[in-house]
Ligand binder design. Structure first.
Ligand code: TRP
Length: 465
């Protein structure tokens, strides 16, 4: 069988790569903790509802747009809109967004690698001290870890689609599943683990407020790599004979499954080791939880299991989070690489060199925005606070622009590309049936309305409150 190195070699190859993109620290920590705080079982149902009502149709829209045009978002937007100026602007936005996300996400990935290596070298006790994180992220070592992370990304992306992205996913994703299940099984055997499960599964309808509904929607939307251009780009690497609908469903199930299983690891760990934890007091930020809270959990295991075993569990956890992060980083850097390669008609390696240099520079600047360099640390001022460059990138590109990009994709598909084209693309490789009608209704009616609302509310809350 002939295998094109610029395509995924099979549906499974695609699903693993796309799941590698989608699964990140949001799945491992953000989702379980949000569930424990915000209504347990009721939050889970809400989350699953949004995956089906909002995310699945958007996954299908992005994948079919990518496969039909064979292009990354910039090319796809231009082609479908027949080179309209407005849509070229939208296409440009869909390139700047992943680039900026890559910049701050690489800093986060660097911290995870750093923590993993620190635990390996026997410093778990130091990580658990309250001042450690602040010192760690401002130490010069960060740049050595950054070089290592960027080196790994280059190694994967140099290989291209089949021999780089897919190969890495085939190696790393099973590793991730095994570590996750191993940690969950271990944690579930701890006494009092049931307390965590109770917070996780018991539906508490009285906790469901509008802000919880919004939180569940954002969690689902961000987790599935939507609005980032990733699924358009990966869609362009799908073979015509692959069943798009099945691939999309498998992706949604894998990402949601990882989040659900992560709850079986994260929540019992918190509540078994700190039985007195009040979920309301847990931080909303995955970053705060992972770097400041989790080392304490691992240290609290020492009296019972010993320092070595606690360090082993901690190292496994940080390696798991690091693998989850680096596979996401790879996918998001691939978007500008693919676009630049197509636009400039250069080789993959040239495009990669340019993009990586940019990401590296941006990452150095954001890594220096935690007090070391004043103008980077006080990069902007809004909602009554000085914001670092890192914060601004997260607020602007991750929290605000992504839902807007999702909205643009709906508008493009419905008004420019037209229903029959998307229907034909979805059907290539397998019948669609009622799912076509459902997807069309979703992206024509309720998804744009909801994403437009989310965008406006976010802008008001974040920048004008
Ligand atoms: N799922 C990731 C998380 O939970 C978010 C994410 C999805 C992401 N795709 C990405 C982050 C691509 C960076 C790059 O954190």
């Amino acid at each position: 069988m002939h295998n094109n190195p610029d395509q995924f070699s099979s549906k499974i190859g695609f699903v693993l790569a796309a799941a590698g993109s989608a699964v990140g620290i949001g799945n491992l920590v953000g989702f379980p903790v949000a569930a424990a705080k915000n209504g347990g079982g009721a939050f889970l149902l809400l989350y699953i509802f949004f995956v089906v009502a909002i995310c699945l149709p958007l996954i299908l829209a992005e994948l079919s747009l990518g496969r039909a045009t064979g292009q990354s978002p910039l090319g796809a937007f231009k082609q479908v809109s027949k080179n309209s100026k407005i849509w070229a602007f939208a296409g440009a936005l869909s390139l700047i967004t992943p680039f900026m996300i890559a910049v701050f996400y690489s800093v986060l990935t660097v911290w995870l690698l750093g923590y993993f290596l620190q635990v390996l070298s026997g410093r778990l006790d130091e990580l658990a001290t309250p001042v450690y994180f602040g010192g760690f992220i401002t130490s010069p070592w960060i740049f050595a870890y950054l070089a290592a992370v960027i080196g790994m990304v280059v190694l994967v992306l140099k290989g291209g689609v089949r021999d780089g992205i897919e190969k890495a996913a085939r190696l790393l994703m099973p590793m991730l599943f095994i570590m996750l299940i191993g940690l969950a099984v271990f944690v579930l055997t701890l006494p009092n683990a049931a307390a965590g499960l109770k917070f996780y599964f018991t539906p508490q309808l009285d906790r469901i407020t509008w802000s919880v509904v919004n939180g569940a929607l954002s969690q689902a939307f961000f987790s599935l790599s939507l609005g980032m251009g990733i699924l358009i780009t990966y869609g362009s690497y799908l073979r015509k004979q692959d069943n798009l609908v099945q691939s999309a469903k498998m992706l949604a199930c894998t990402d949601t499954g990882v989040a659900l299983v992560a709850g079986l690891m994260t929540l019992p760990a918190i509540f078994a080791i700190y039985p007195s934890t009040n979920p309301g007091e847990l931080s909303d930020s995955s970053v705060g939880l992972i770097f400041s809270f989790f080392p304490n959990i691992f240290m609290a295991m020492v009296p019972k299991f010993g320092y070595l075993a606690a360090s082993f569990v901690a190292a496994t956890f940080f390696l798991l989070a690091f693998v989850a992060a680096i596979t996401s980083l790879v996918s998001i850097i691939e978007v500008p690489v693919a676009a630049l390669k197509a636009e400039s008609k250069q080789t993959r390696n040239k495009a990669l060199t340019v993009v990586i240099t940019g990401v590296l520079l941006g990452a150095v600047f954001s890594a220096l925005s935690f007090g070391q360099v004043k103008w980077l640390s006080e990069f902007a001022f809004y909602s009554g606070m000085n914001k670092s460059l890192f914060d601004v990138l997260v607020d602007v590109f991750y929290d605000t622009i992504l839902p807007f990009n999702g909205l643009l994709i709906c508008l493009l598909v419905v008004w420019q590309w037209k229903r029959h084209n998307m229907a034909a693309e979805m059907a290539s490789g397998g019948a669609t049936g009622w799912l076509e009608r459902y997807t069309h209704a979703a992206i024509a009616f309720w998804i744009p309305a909801i994403l437009a609302t989310v965008f406006v509310v976010t802008v008001i809350n974040k920048f004008f409150s």
